[in-house]
Ligand binder design. Structure first.
Ligand code: NAP
Length: 306
């Protein structure tokens, strides 16, 4: 059986991805800062330690693995963006990438490919056309974070390993992340339209992002940066209203949430919900990837069964 290391595999994507890879016959080793907190009862999924400050990692994991998936990083929207938190957001990604490279350099291993998360926060707001992988980074905090993160993982190539970077859109899952936050007010009949409601949301269903990671570790034709987003993004109003219709039928009201309220509540993080992110999925499609959930309707039908 082939083994996949998943850094930060205890989080939203990693938990789903571990189960998905297991179902496809892989062994999974999750690199976590706290292995004692996560004893696995599932044969095939185990936990191993790494310490980013000390730049040390479990050697056996690297000796066993054929693939590495790098998801670790402090949550971007969980806490206010103080200077301390911003440093943690960036360094949890750059220092962990450095540790991966150090481990793959010093520990004898047979790793063939490394797939790293990045985010569509890379892109500046472009209103005229969907953003493509060759576009330059946004000079703001999120763009800078993604740039530093992607740069930090690049030396993987010098080790002779194939590198794929997935600039991921908003992952839709009932288990956590942004989606349950959208659902909460709708359950009370309130469809909160954020800002103008015209800003585009580039999203991806959790099952499709797991399938993209699998394809990326296995397929030697995949290399470099890909936008991991569904091919049919929608604006905030459509997203919210369609969600409300799915959950409440016609029994909901649209409530505008003005920009200044979002800025007061979220500070710098309001950038995340107010920025329009129209991101192209063309490169992924050209690579032959077929989405199970290409439209928001298909995603909502799966996530909110009747
Ligand atoms: N979910 C999305 O919508 C989305 C969209 C775009 C990009 N991404 C990116 O994809 C990756 C995975 O996303 P996710 O939603 O699964 O994230 P998540 O649920 O927040 O999990 C990330 C994992 O990273 C580890 N971590 C947290 N803080 C850390 C720190 N300070 N230093 C080192 N490791 C730390 C944690 O694992 P341990 O506590 O076990 O060490 C955590 O379980 C993230 O890097 C995220 O930025 C996610």
């Amino acid at each position: 059986m082939e083994t996949v290391i998943i850094t930060g595999g205890t989080g939203l994507i990693g938990t789903a991805l571990s189960k998905f890879l297991l179902s496809r016959g892989f062994q999974v080793i999750i690199l976590t800062r706290d292995p004692k907190a996560h004893r696995s009862s599932v044969p095939g999924i185990s936990y191993a330690a790494w310490n980013i400050e000390e730049q040390s990692a479990n050697e056996e994991a690297f000796q066993k693995a054929k693939y590495v998936i790098h998801l670790a990083g402090a949550g971007v929207v969980d806490k206010p963006w103080t200077n301390k938190r911003k440093k943690e957001i960036v360094e949890s990604r750059t220092r962990s990438s450095e540790l991966l490279i150090k481990a793959m350099t010093s520990i004898p291993n047979k790793i063939v490919s490394v797939v790293s998360a990045s985010a569509i926060g890379w892109y500046r707001e472009i209103l005229s056309q969907p953003a493509v992988e060759t576009d330059p980074p946004d000079p703001g905090f999120l763009g800078e974070t993604c740039r530093a993160w992607e740069n930090a993982i690049q030396p993987v190539r010098d080790l002779g390993k194939r590198l794929v970077i997935l600039r991921t859109g908003i992952v839709l899952s009932n288990e956590g992340g942004a989606f349950p936050e959208f659902v909460k007010p709708v359950k009370y009949g309130i469809a909160g339209i954020l800002g103008s409601g015209k800003q585009i949301i580039s999203w991806i269903h959790i099952e499709d992002i797991c399938r993209i990671y699998l394809e990326a570790i296995l397929n030697p034709a995949w290399s470099g940066v890909y936008n991991a987003v569904a091919p049919n993004p929608v604006n905030n109003r459509t997203f919210t209203v369609e969600l409300a219709k799915r959950i409440k039928g016609n029994f909901f009201i649209q409530v505008p949430v003005p920009n200044f309220i979002l800025r007061t509540l979220l500070g710098g993080r309001s950038e995340e919900v107010l920025k329009s992110s129209h991101i192209s999925a063309n490169k992924l499609k050209q690579q032959g990837f077929q989405f199970i959930y290409p439209t928001i309707d298909a995603a909502f039908r799966d996530l909110i069964p009747r």
